[in-house]
Design a protein around this ligand. Structure first.
Ligand SMILES: [Zn+2]
Length: 504
């Protein structure tokens, strides 16, 4: 049986890739496109939240069925089998690198390195300890320093870090100034180092354990795009900016991964969404969601997070009735700029379980143009929950993010059963899981929302195999009971979200 590799590049977009392919900067993306099928990859229509989308990619199902709602959902919320779990029932082996919601690490796997939201540092096999060290240091706010790099360098080399990569990392570190580096200097370098390490480690685990299915996830392209999109729009594809520099490293990683994959493997490369700039005319101020929940006195009962300039709130208690959300809706609606008695927040969507809102920028602009009164600065007074606060308490007045998600991700596939140079139309995030099942000779299930992308498959493959389907893989085989997050684990998830800019 042909092996299968799924490469997941969070936030990758053709808008960056195509011009870079044309200028010769992305040889591996270019080869994949020429040698396989490619096209847009349509994501969710609203709520472009990565863990939700990736779980639809892994299950082929809509979020209502798979159960993952946002960054605060955990393994306990999962209601569907991922494609590798379905394949494992038929005897296929799998290895998972950095994917969401695989914590505690899956001991049925060939290897399982839980992703960035994992509430703990455990890995399978357990000896990937150097990764734990990086994560723990980052959690404590320690950045990669020469000393800590040396400390885990030896074990990293034992776990597949190539000498060439170690030299590149040393080069990156020496490009940093001693002492304090600005976010702009430091952050892209940290992300590139993480990508170097994870790529080598993934290739090492794949070589060592040779699973039938290997999944690799990485989120640097997403995070770099959030923070440096404006720079990209200014520089274009001239390779100088941080976005282009990072994509060049993603391309290098793809090349290394492909070198470690047998020739007869089918390889998929997808992103969960694309990117676009935040309209400068309507540049939003960012709500400090965590602070806001404190001010409203609900942080023990409500999860809150930022995605771009939108904020999402939901009840921690799955069985909470709609009363709590109604109470919160009223409290949020009552927050006002004191001087002009004007609402601070615009509610975008409310339901019994969730509230989506943003800073009330557009209407505020109109109001300000009309009576030209208020200038928002850090001391501007805000009324909330019966008390007076300063704007800087609950608003980020100089938000760093200049890029936000859009609905169009990327799709690439190549392998012995996949057409060459074929442009696929209307591929969606729900189609990967059924396509993989079809390729591995496993029947589709009628409760999967996506369809196998048979248009990308060669005629000889389609002729030699049969399309079968069953009702469901979940009927009669409930997903193994999974644990709820503890208080400590919840705090750890929040720390990671703050680190990634998803919690202000
Ligand atoms: Zn993002």
């Amino acid at each position: 049986m042909n092996k299968l590799v799924l490469i997941c590049i969070d936030g990758a977009t053709w808008d960056v890739i195509d011009p870079m392919i044309n200028s010769g900067a992305l040889p591996n993306f270019s080869d994949l496109k020429k040698q396989g099928a490619y096209g847009d990859f349509m994501s969710m229509e609203n709520k472009l939240i990565s863990p939700v989308i990736w779980m639809s990619i892994a299950t082929g199902k809509v979020p209502e069925k798979h159960g993952i709602k946002d960054f605060f959902s955990s393994e306990a919320d999962l209601k569907s089998l991922r494609f590798w779990e379905i394949l494992a029932q038929r005897g296929f082996s799998y290895g998972l690198y950095n994917f969401f919601h695989v914590y505690p690490p899956d001991k049925n796997s060939a290897f399982c390195i839980p992703g960035v939201l994992a509430p703990g540092a455990a890995t399978y096999p357990e000896n990937a300890g150097f990764l734990k060290k990086i994560r723990e240091e980052r959690k404590r706010g320690v950045n990669f320093g020469t000393a800590s790099m040396l400390q885990f360098g030896v074990s990293a080399l034992k776990q597949g870090l190539r000498f060439d990569t170690a030299l590149r990392i040393a080069g990156l570190l020496s490009s940093l100034k001693t002492g304090n580096n600005s976010f702009k200097d430091r952050y892209p370098i940290e992300k590139i180092m993480e990508l170097y390490i994870s790529t080598d480690h993934f290739c090492y685990l794949m070589r060592k354990t040779k699973p039938d299915i290997s999944v690799f996830y990485e989120n640097g392209a997403d995070l770099i795009s959030h923070y440096f999109w404006e720079e990209w729009e200014t520089n274009g594809s001239n390779r100088k900016g941080n976005v282009c520099k990072y994509y060049e490293q993603v391309d290098r990683s793809i090349g290394l991964i492909l070198q470690n994959v047998p020739d007869n493997a089918n390889v998929f490369l997808v992103s969960d969404h694309g990117f676009q700039g935040i309209d400068k005319g309507a540049r939003m101020l960012l709500m400090k969601t965590e602070k806001l929940l404190d001010v409203l006195g609900v942080s023990d009962r409500i999860y809150g997070m930022n995605v771009g300039y939108k904020c999402y709130l939901r009840a921690k208690d799955k069985n909470a009735d709609g009363g709590l959300m109604k109470e919160l809706e009223d409290k949020i609606g009552a927050i006002r700029f004191k001087e002009i008695d004007f609402p601070l927040i615009k509610l975008l969507r409310t339901s019994e379980h969730e509230i989506e809102f943003a800073f009330n920028q557009a209407e505020l602009n109109l109001k300000l143009i009309a009576d030209d009164k208020l200038i928002i600065n850090e001391n501007t007074e805000i009324l909330a929950a019966g008390a007076t606060f300063k704007a800087a308490d609950i608003l980020d007045l100089k938000p760093k993010q200049t890029g936000k998600h859009h609905e169009k991700g990327i799709f690439l596939a190549k392998g012995p059963h996949i057409k060459r140079g074929f442009k696929v139309e209307r591929a969606s995030v729900f189609d990967i899981a059924p396509t993989i099942l079809r390729l591995m000779g496993i029947p589709a299930a009628r409760d999967i929302d996506g369809k196998a992308l048979t248009s990308i498959l060669t005629d000889s493959f389609l002729r030699s195999t049969q399309e079968e389907s069953i009702e469901s893989y979940e009927a009669g085989s409930p997903v193994a009971s999974r644990q709820e997050m503890t208080k400590d684990e919840e705090e750890s998830v929040k720390e990671r979200l703050r680190d990634m800019g998803y919690l202000s």
